[in-house]
Design a protein around this ligand. Structure first.
Ligand SMILES: Cc1cc2nc3c(=O)[nH]c(=O)nc-3n(C[C@H](O)[C@H](O)[C@H](O)COP(=O)(O)OP(=O)(O)OC[C@H]3O[C@@H](n4cnc5c(N)ncnc54)[C@H](O)[C@@H]3O)c2cc1C
Length: 398
């Protein structure tokens, strides 16, 4: 917890979440992430009951909605603790992509959609997914999209091919981005539509292996075909053609959540690296941590993690005070900076562990494999760097 950003509410909550994560989740994480999802889900459901009883449930929701009413800065620091294990966010029902969908639907969905989909999602009774990226088009510029939703009476008929729809396996519904207004300007062509996964024509083709790991259930990324999927027109979120505006709304807070989660992973990898450096003997009394290269890695990692935390909390603070739009430059900055710190810290931790680092006997290999995507999703590094540089150069008249 950073004193500068610590409120009384956070000071009371933080130690409770830390104890819950360390005592309830660390002991089962290895077994659960490498086992079949249905078994993991059953064990995690028990942990969710415990989290509710301890008053830790859905910290980002307002108190009226059954959450803890945390600001972005407060939730960011809770998110760091939760991120130290792959199970943390799930146990408190604040995992991506559900958290983004909840925030989006809370703001823009009709009362009818809220009743049917949002409320069970907030209670943790169902899961959801977000289906925008397509294999045939560059996801970095999603205005080019092949999926269409054509109005037929009081229904949309959806056809398209998506992939990397995270956590679709077992989800109750997808929020699908589809072109509804083909003749409109590029940023006004697409809409977001709720498609229940039991809709005829919703075909989950496969879970895509990530560096060989196919995963399952919540821990998976699916390829999906939408074949003449018919849903009521009332499943539209917001206005027709507002899909990209809504996507932007969804992504701002999401990037803060991801960055703080990555810092949690960094802290855990750093801890593992230091423990190994202090205990691995090279020759009589000469430990790995006595080597200057290893000391450099430890110091560089410490500095980079600390810098990342302050940068993200500064962005979160700006978002709390001035909104997502005002914090755009800060959000682009943290997105590529922290993703790269994560890569460096994980890589150093793996290297310090030697062969052990690439086995499944520590959590490092799971993160190394599954977090490589951090530099790609929610905007690849290069896109954020270009956007930041353009904003900077604008101040110089370019
Ligand atoms: C783990 C993971 C989870 C994901 N989850 C979801 C999900 O739940 N729902 C969903 O809809 N999508 C999801 N995605 C997809 C993600 O949003 C896309 O992968 C991302 O937008 C990039 O699109 P692309 O893969 O088509 O890469 P492309 O657009 O083909 O880009 C390839 C590369 O080109 C470079 N590049 C792109 N644009 C520029 C530029 N302007 N300047 C310079 N270089 C550039 C970058 O290095 C980029 O990595 C996920 C992806 C990953 C890896």
């Amino acid at each position: 917890m950073v004193e500068l950003f610590a409120t009384d509410k956070l000071k009371a909550l933080y130690p409770k979440v830390k104890t819950f994560v360390e005592e309830e989740l660390y002991p089962i994480e290895m077994e659960l992430v490498h086992g079949p999802w249905p078994e993991a889900k059953a064990r995690l459901d028990e942990k969710r009951v415990k989290a509710k009883a301890l008053g830790l449930w859905a910290p980002y929701l307002s108190e009226e909605e059954g959450g803890l009413g945390l600001s972005m800065t407060e939730f960011g620091q809770i998110s760091e603790i939760l991120g130290t294990t792959p199970l943390g966010h799930y146990a408190l029902n604040c995992q991506a992509p559900d958290i983004g969908n909840i925030e989006l639907m809370h703001q823009f969905a009709s009362e009818q959609l809220k009743e049917k989909y949002l409320h069970p999602l907030m209670k943790g009774e169902i899961r959801s997914c977000f289906s925008m990226t397509e294999p045939e088009f560059a996801g970095s510029n999603p205005v080019n999209m092949g999926t269409t939703a054509v109005k037929d009476g009081d229904e949309f008929v959806i056809n398209g091919h998506k992939w990397f729809t995270s956590s679709a396996d077992g989800a109750a519904f997808a929020i699908v981005m589809a072109v509804t207004e083909p003749d409109a300007s590029p940023y006004n062509r697409a809409s977001m539509i709720v498609v229940p996964t039991d809709t005829p024509g919703f075909e989950l083709t496969r879970n895509i292996p990530i560096m060989g790991d196919v995963g399952g259930g919540y821990i998976s990324h699916s390829e999906i075909n939408y074949n003449d999927c018919r849903v009521p027109v009332s499943n539209l979120i917001g206005e027709v053609g507002s899909g990209f505006m809504l996507a932007q709304q969804r992504l701002g807070p999401g990037r803060i959540h991801h960055c703080m989660r990555w810092i949690g992973i960094c802290e855990r990898a750093f801890d593992l690296m230091c423990k190994r450096a202090a205990t691995r003997e090279l020759r009589d009394g000469k430990m790995l941590g006595h080597q200057q290269t290893i000391q450099n890695w430890i110091s560089e990692s410490r500095a980079e993690i600390n810098a990342s935390r302050y940068m993200v909390l500064h962005a979160a603070d700006k978002m709390d005070k001035e909104g997502s739009k005002a914090a755009r430059m800060e959000i682009s900055t943290i997105k590529f900076y922290v993703a790269n710190v994560l890569m460096q810290v994980l890589d150093r931790a793996v290297q310090v562990h030697g062969a052990l680092g690439i086995t499944e006997d520590t959590m490092l290999s799971f993160w190394y494999r599954h977090e490589r995507g951090a530099r790609i999703y929610d905007g690849p590094d290069e896109v954020h760097k270009a956007s930041l540089a353009r904003s900077v150069l604008k101040q110089y008249g370019l």
